[in-house]
Design a protein around this ligand. Structure first.
Ligand SMILES: Cc1cc2nc3c(=O)[nH]c(=O)nc-3n(C[C@H](O)[C@H](O)[C@H](O)COP(=O)(O)O)c2cc1C
Length: 198
C-alpha cells in the first residue's frame, strides 16, 4: 500500500486534540498533541500516555521535571490550539494571556478546557524522534464550570473544522515535523526512567 494511504489509516488511531502544559524553573509552557490515550484499565490507577517530539520545548521541560498537565479541549477552542500548537514557547510566553493557575503538582492548569489531568511521569520510551511519556494521573478536574461542558475536540473534528486561514500553516508544520521524524525514527535508544534527578 502507498505510504500516503497508510498514513490516512493511521490517522484513525489519533487521539482527541489535547493541550499539554509544563513548568520548569518558573517558566510555564503549553503545546498541543493528538497522540494521547488512556494507558490503564484500572479505575484506581488512572494512566495516560502521549508522544512528544524532541524538537518541542515542552519535551525537555517534561523530561526534566517529570510532570505535565493534559487538558481535553472543547470544540470551540481552535484559537487556543493555534496559540499553543503553531509555534514554540522557546521564544515567547505562550501562556501569558491564557487564564491558568498552578495546579497541585506545580504545573499550569488551564482554566478553560473540558477537563484536565495532572500527571507525574511513571515511565518513558524513546522512539528516536519523540518520547512516549507514561503518566500517572494524580489529580483530575473539569474546566471552570466544575462540570463537563460542550463537546470534546476530536482529531477528526479538528481536521474538518480547522479555520481555512490556518490550514496552510498547519500543513507546513506537519510536513516539517514529518521530515524531522523521518531522519530520526530509526535510531531508538534504550531509556530507563529512574524518576526525578535530585
Ligand atoms: C493538532 C495538532 C496536533 C499535534 N500533535 C502533536 C503531538 O502529538 N506530539 C508532538 O510532539 N507535537 C504535536 N503537535 C505540535 C506541537 O504542539 C507544536 O510543535 C508546538 O509548537 C510545540 O510547542 P513547544 O515548542 O512550546 O513545546 C501538534 C500540533 C497540532 C496543531
Amino acid at each position: 500500500m502507498h505510504s500516503d494511504a497508510v498514513y490516512q489509516l493511521l490517522r484513525h488511531l489519533t487521539s482527541p486534540v489535547v493541550a499539554i502544559t509544563s513548568e520548569r524553573a518558573g517558566k510555564r509552557n503549553g503545546m498541543i498533541a493528538d497522540s494521547a490515550v488512556r494507558a490503564s484499565i484500572v479505575p484506581t490507577i488512572p494512566r495516560i500516555s502521549v508522544y512528544i517530539h524532541k524538537f518541542n520545548y515542552s519535551h525537555d521541560m517534561i523530561l526534566e521535571t517529570g510532570r505535565f498537565v493534559l487538558h481535553l479541549l472543547r470544540t470551540d477552542q481552535f484559537a487556543l490550539i493555534h496559540q499553543l500548537g503553531f509555534g514554540s514557547g522557546r521564544a515567547r510566553d505562550k501562556l501569558a494571556d491564557v487564564p491558568h493557575h498552578l495546579g497541585t503538582l506545580g504545573a499550569p492548569v488551564l482554566d478553560q478546557c473540558y477537563a484536565h489531568f495532572e500527571c507525574t511521569v511513571a515511565n518513558v520510551m524513546d522512539t528516536g524522534s519523540s518520547t512516549c511519556f507514561l503518566g500517572d494521573v494524580m489529580h483530575v478536574g473539569y474546566g471552570a464550570a466544575d462540570r463537563a461542558t460542550g463537546e470534546v475536540m476530536t482529531a477528526t473534528y479538528f481536521r474538518a473544522k480547522l479555520p481555512a486561514e490556518w490550514r496552510p500553516e498547519y500543513e507546513a508544520l506537519l510536513a516539517a515535523a514529518q521530515r524531522y521524524a523521518l531522519e530520526r525514527s530509526r535510531s531508538i535508544e534504550p531509556v530507563i526512567w529512574r524518576g526525578l534527578k535530585g
